[in-house]
Design a protein around this ligand. Structure first.
Ligand SMILES: Cc1cc2nc3c(=O)[nH]c(=O)nc-3n(C[C@H](O)[C@H](O)[C@H](O)COP(=O)(O)OP(=O)(O)OC[C@H]3O[C@@H](n4cnc5c(N)ncnc54)[C@H](O)[C@@H]3O)c2cc1C
Length: 513
């Protein structure tokens, strides 16, 4: 290890500084902890971009039971009921805790928390800040709290590249810093590295979120779960800017309609129309684009000149792109927004590898099932940080780990993988597309190039998607459009995914093509 970092050895290490990593480090205080972030704290984090807010049953007409029922309906039979009840039962308390940490949530004139309503929630329960700037406020307050905590050693611009596993147990992490590779000897690591949107061309996630945590865990031998479930937001602004900006569901809630370049309202006959569930609208938009149309959100009839007043942030980026929503429709297309899959964790956030925990979007707790209910992810990250920290704190070990391995893999680059994933693991999947992706991804995943880690993650997602011969929640197979009678979660290790790829026979696909 870099000599001036030696004093940090054997502390628990938190990798990632979105809401999950920041909260875990704060929950561990006053126990000394290392908080490592590939960028400045809170930068390149989906957390900072969150708009809608955090779901919690706080209204007088609401209860955790109602919140759980809505979550399970969205999850399409795949939620882990005990996890749903545990997380959502603690949601109101976590809002209080965040306020104590300095987060200024929006309040009404009578002083009560302002509660928003979002699609598929049966009650007003979305706590927000700065109107649609919830993530920015969360990160501001949590970063300030972390910087003020003497127990947290903050290492910015340190990117974890490999976990060191000895005798089947975590023994350290190899990281790249501005001055070269460093190894931290530790037997307690929590991955809080966020999602996978950056594996796709069209995404609302920061491009730096391309599943690095999944790759770290997979290469350490961990079980990953439900990887095939990727949520697409149906109406991202269709322009060249990445990450893509969201044209929020609230715009459709105000009566905006989806039209094509001929002005035709192509969802008019769909039950629920533009307000049908997110996955259904995303598929319909994607199909229409696939037939060669362009798709627009038309707000002229419902909001007209009031658009900029009601949606100032959306109006501003439309203006930057030369679109005036009061006079012309907004171009939109589906974009990857959230990953329901992740590192399989137990009720303390522990992975299948001793010494490795996961928290936030990178983890698969079982809360979201096949489809995340809007605004449940920030809540999940903040609540589970509590029990992850508690579990790590109580897992003290007298074993002093010493590790000297410094081999630093190349910086991961998802470039080539993005083409494959965008083509094959999109809104609508087929055996043929997934099979072709396996053939292209497997050699990349076992090679030593910069795309090996992104390819390994994409391969695991693809094998999971090929094995799920049904359509459920966000996973839609045009060759298996029906839902299986029984919902079952999926689990996979990298070793099993590579074995499946090696045995994969493309001939049946060729015969059916
Ligand atoms: C545009 C947008 C709007 C959203 N709106 C909402 C909303 O209103 N409500 C809601 O509940 N959810 C929302 N979500 C989802 C939610 O924001 C995320 O699920 C959540 O913030 C994930 O938090 P996290 O801490 O797990 O990961 P992130 O916030 O993505 O943080 C990951 C961190 O890990 C770091 N990192 C990654 N790899 C490494 C590495 N190898 N080494 C070191 N550090 C690393 C990154 O730099 C970053 O700091 C939204 C998402 C997007 C993209």
């Amino acid at each position: 290890m870099n000599p001036d970092l030696n004093h940090l050895a054997n502390r628990p290490v938190v990798v990632g500084a979105g809401i999950a990593g920041l909260m875990t480090a704060l929950e561990l205080a006053p126990q000394p902890v290392v908080l490592m972030s590939a960028t400045a704290l809170g930068a390149e984090a989906s957390s900072a971009l969150a708009q809608g807010g955090m779901a919690a049953a706080l209204g007088s007409d609401d209860s955790p039971a109602l919140h759980s029922a809505d979550t399970r309906r969205a999850g399409d039979g795949m939620c882990d009921v005990s996890v749903v009840e545990r997380i959502l039962g603690k949601a109101p308390k976590i809002i209080e805790k965040l306020e104590r940490l300095g987060v200024a949530f929006d309040r009404m004139v009578d002083g009560g928390l302002a509660l928003g309503l979002e699609a598929a929630h049966s009650r007003r329960r979305i706590v927000h800040a700065g109107g649609d700037a919830t993530g920015r406020e969360l990160i501001r307050a949590l970063v300030a709290a972390v910087r003020a905590a003497p127990s947290i050693a903050v290492l910015e611009n340190f990117a974890a590249r490999r976990l060191v596993v000895e005798d089947g147990t975590v023994a350290g992490v190899v990281a790249a810093s501005e001055t070269g590779g460093v190894v931290f000897a530790t037997n307690r690591i929590v991955l809080a590295t966020g999602g996978i949107g950056g594996l796709y061309h069209d995404t609302t996630n920061p491009l730096g979120c391309f599943g690095q945590g999944l790759a770290l865990a997979a290469r350490a031998g961990a079980e990953l779960a439900d990887l095939e479930f990727v949520q697409f937001h149906p109406t991202a602004f269709d322009g060249p800017v990445r990450p893509m900006r969201l044209v929020s569901e609230a715009v459709r809630g105000e009566g905006a309609v989806l039209i094509d370049e001929k002005g035709e309202r192509f969802l008019a006959d769909l039950p629920g129309g533009e307000l049908a569930p997110r996955d259904i609208v995303a598929r319909e938009v994607s199909r229409h684009l696939g037939r060669g149309h362009r798709v627009f959100l038309d707000t002229r009839g419902c909001l007209g000149t009031r658009f900029a007043e009601r949606f100032p942030a959306i109006a501003a980026f439309c203006r930057e792109a030369g679109i005036d929503p009061s006079r012309e429709p907004i171009p939109v297309r589906p974009a990857v927004h959230y990953h329901m899959g992740g590192i399989a964790v137990d009720d303390e956030g522990r992975s299948s590898v001793p010494g490795l925990w996961a928290c936030g979007e990178v983890a698969s707790t079982g809360l979201h099932g096949a489809n995340r209910l809007a605004s449940n992810s920030l809540t999940e990250a903040a609540v589970s940080a509590e029990w992850v920290a508690h579990s790590m704190a109580s897992a003290t070990s007298s074993r002093i780990v010493k590790t000297s391995s410094t081999a630093l893999p190349p910086p991961p680059d998802p470039g080539v993988v993005r083409d494959i994933v965008s083509d094959s693991l999109g809104v609508v999947r087929t055996a043929e597309g997934l099979g072709n992706a396996i053939l292209r991804l497997a050699p990349l995943a076992i090679g030593g190039s910069a795309c090996a880690d992104p390819a390994a993650v994409a391969l695991m997602m693809t094998v999971s998607a090929l094995r799920r011969e049904e359509s459920r929640g966000a996973h839609f197979r045009s060759d298996f459009p029906d839902q299986a009678a029984t919902a079952r979660r999926s689990q996979l290790t990298l070793e099993r995914a590579l074995a499946a790829a090696a045995e994969f026979d493309p001939l049946p696909l060729a015969r059916s093509a």
